[in-house]
Design a binder for this molecule. Structure first.
Ligand SMILES: Nc1ncnc2c1ncn2[C@@H]1O[C@H](COP(=O)(O)OP(=O)(O)OP(=O)(O)O)[C@@H](O)[C@H]1O
Length: 252
């Protein structure tokens, strides 16, 4: 399959009293299997709206979303919930772990919900927790972990169902710079080792510098696109991203 995710002429219009507010104005987004894409743009440019439509949390006003061969904009609520559980792993800014469950239980939870919990799935969760460097924290509770460790648990949880797509919304937004780097390197590693497709939304050029392609949103539209060469030093990639943001914000 050429694209794991494809949106076509995606429009989202909110009613604001008597007026319409066009949050997305016909977005055509294409993401290849195994690709790592960042979406950047100023506050209000439509990034969260796009994520909500791609994940089926909200319905488009018009246009379509295809994920892993499934036209999700045509599914009913129950079908979309099932699709989300099976095909998407979420990583959030504030981790969203379940405080009363320990690390291993948090990671096996998505498999329990989808009725897939077996002895093998616990082994899978343990293997992923080893991959994210937390093999010695299986019985710890989220409150006993640092922010960076909690986000690594969230990454293991997102991977456990072997989703078609990981959606990461400001994954380092509540981490310091060292933990941010570790989390992004881990995500990058998951992408290259497991051919995991990742789409992340971020305000941070350093976070975006780990991806292969950056999409810039402005006023509900895809404004620009930048392919990043992994062989050039990260500082140069960050400068390239920053200068595109300047062009988008202030003009060429
Ligand atoms: N439920 C809603 N009702 C009305 N307007 C909305 C709603 N949700 C979002 N909007 C508007 O749509 C526009 C796009 O919002 P969105 O949250 O997608 O932006 P964003 O790029 O994710 O911003 P941020 O970086 O601040 O999260 C904004 O102007 C916002 O006010």
């Amino acid at each position: 399959m050429r694209y794991i995710l494809e949106t076509s002429k995606l429009v989202k219009t909110y009613k604001m009293g008597r007026n319409d507010y066009h949050a997305l104005k016909g977005v055509d987004l294409k993401v290849r299997t195994g690709e790592f894409v960042s979406v950047m743009g100023q506050s209000g440019s439509g990034k969260s709206t796009l994520l909500n439509l791609v994940s089926g949390l909200d319905n488009p006003t018009s246009g379509s979303v295809m994920l892993d061969g499934m036209k999700i904009s045509q599914l009913n609520d129950a079908e979309r919930t099932l699709m989300r559980r099976q095909k998407i792993g979420f990583i959030f800014q504030f981790f969203n772990l379940i405080p009363v469950l320990n690390v291993l239980e948090n990671v096996t939870l998505p498999l329990m919900i989808s009725d897939k919990k077996t002895r093998e799935s616990e082994a899978k969760a343990k293997e992923l927790l080893k991959l994210v460097g937390l093999a010695d924290k299986l019985t710890a509770y989220p409150a006993e972990l640092s922010g960076g460790q909690q986000q690594r648990v969230a990454i293991a949880r997102a991977l456990v169902t072997q989703p078609a797509l990981i959606l990461a919304d400001e994954p380092t937004g509540s981490l310091d710079s060292k933990n941010s780097r570790d989390v992004m390197m881990l995500l990058k590693d998951c992408q290259s080792r497991m051919k995991q497709t990742i789409v992340t939304v971020t305000h941070d050029a350093e976070v975006a510098s780990y991806s292969e392609r950056v999409l810039f949103m402005k006023d509900g539209e895809l404004f620009d696109e930048l392919f990043l060469d992994p062989d050039v030093p990260r500082s140069r990639r960050i400068r390239e991203i920053t200068s595109r943001i300047e062009v988008m914000t202030y003009g060429a």
